[in-house]
Ligand binder design. Sequence first.
Ligand code: WTA
Length: 636
Amino acid sequence: MPVPHPRLHSFAEYEEAYRRSVENPEQFWAEVAEPFTWRRKWDTVLKADLVGGHNEWYSGAKLNITENCLDRHLATRGNKLALIWEPNDPKTRQIRYTYRELHQHVCQFANVLLNNGVEKGDRVCLYMPMIPQLAIAVLACARIGAVHSVIFAGFSATAIADRVNDAQATVVLTADGLNRGPKQIPVKRVVDEALENCPSVRRVIVVEHLGWPVQMREGRDVWYHEEAREAAKTCPAEEMDAEDMLFILYTSGSTGKPKGVVHTTAGYMVWADYTFRNVFQVQENDVYWCTADIGWVTGHSYLLYGPLLSGSTTLLFEGVPTYPDAGRFWEVIDKHGVNVFYTAPTAIRSLMATPLDNVLSYSLDSLRVLGTVGEPINEEAWHWYHTHVGKERCPVVDTWWQTETGGIMISALAGISPLRPTHAGQPLPGVQPVLLTQEGQEIQGNDEEGYLAIKFPWPGIIRTTYGDHERARQTYFGPYPGYYFTGDGARRDSTGLYRIIGRVDDVINVSGHRFGTAEIENAINQNAHVVESAVVGYPHDVKGQGIYAFVICREPVGKADAGHVEASIIETVVAEIGKIAKPDKIQIVSGLPKTRSGKIMRRILRKVAEGETTNLGDITTLLDPGVVEEIIQGKK
Ligand code: WTA
């Protein structure tokens, strides 16, 4: 009889597990790891290093994550639905795969990769629509030990090229086109443009989705369906070391260039599975739906790996919440009998702004658990979600975590932990959060606020940034040696529940998407009109934060020309990064508030952007305090 995975059923069990995870982490995580399929067990559970950032879990173990996602379920769940695909257009056909079928498709895709010369350790970039082949391709990479790097299909050609080159990817997987609500986007064309500047890529495999004609480059591009004809539906899984790389996922930090966050095999697997089971409390016959795109970490851990590791039925949705109308999410929930639903506050806020009938006309009876992720949820959105979607019957788990943490760190466990709106809650077993002062002193006691850091490694901790470990060390382990630094500020309430306030670094969170202010400034500065720019976030009703850009132009720009210059700047940002990074407001200024040493005082720009211009604090250290008045006058 296989050992069942441990699952917490009550708050007392959570407290007990938490205590054991702190007192004896190695024994705790050995027990959690026991039930997985291992080719060889580990020699050491944990090699911890929160100074150099060289953390290792389950060293010496051998495994393949897809044997754990697929093969081991075949005996008991072979005919159970693994994946339900809901297309963009509700009138077109949905697709369903049982675990047995998904296993075959993954093996077949893996064989296509092998036949195209992909080897263990090679980096494969995926720029694909939210279609089953994306999920299948990710797992196919893992099957043969290739490192997947999924690039969200809204990024521009330049952004793709940056990521492909940084990873030195040899193969790119894409499709002819994608649907996003009423729009169709020719993704292969975007890839072609990107690859003009990517010498490492020798093969592009194209999945047919829209049936659009595409340019196939001789010797480089092949159609997946043609390659698949010859490919067998079985494929032995490559044996991987616990610490072999599983994937790279690019994310933004304070500096200009996005970094490739690296996760490895065993620790990530154990963490994705443990957090998924316990936070969402998914039952055997549940349908689970996470609306995140696979291009983000939430799609990796909680659309794909977590649900499949635990043998659940996961729903993959191609479309957007507002197409064909703002009732689409709720229609999909009723149609598929979704029991557990996980989405982002920005989606809730955008739907809240539409007539209530859009949600009230659906029964939503099947729902049992609701979740949110990606940004702080405001009180109003929390209550709307809890009342109108959850009918006050479903717990709302507000899950705090990051690309770098691999999985959920602080959250209520559905139906088990106390809930307090806008509070993520308590740490999961294995997570030891602390609040630090700016100087790095731990703040004791409750009702306190500080920088959120973690003082002990957990299995899903970031292993490195691809090709540049020093960058990872400096970013996460450098600021406060001995701690993983999150970049977030948090408050611990009187009962010990954590509330995440937001970033304390130069990262802004727009509709749950992370951008570095420097990254957007670099893009804006590519525009021919621009000399210099400064970007800050400001509160936005739907997006959480909006992007406000202060821009100095080469020539004076009169009122009549401003619209044209702004449009041109937006065009540049869309070309450099993608539509998701479009500034919401652009203000053309003649100078920026700089200190005598030349540093931009962002604090002042942030206040102006927030509309708080009466209390700007001390501006006497500015080189030219006069620019502040001009900026206030010109505020958008
Ligand atoms: C923010 C997404 C408040 C936070 C999984 C973090 C949140 C960043 C929450 C990571 C939450 C994520 N409440 N803020 N429940 N979840 N964040 O890497 O600022 O895309 O540092 O990972 O999103 O974003 P990332």
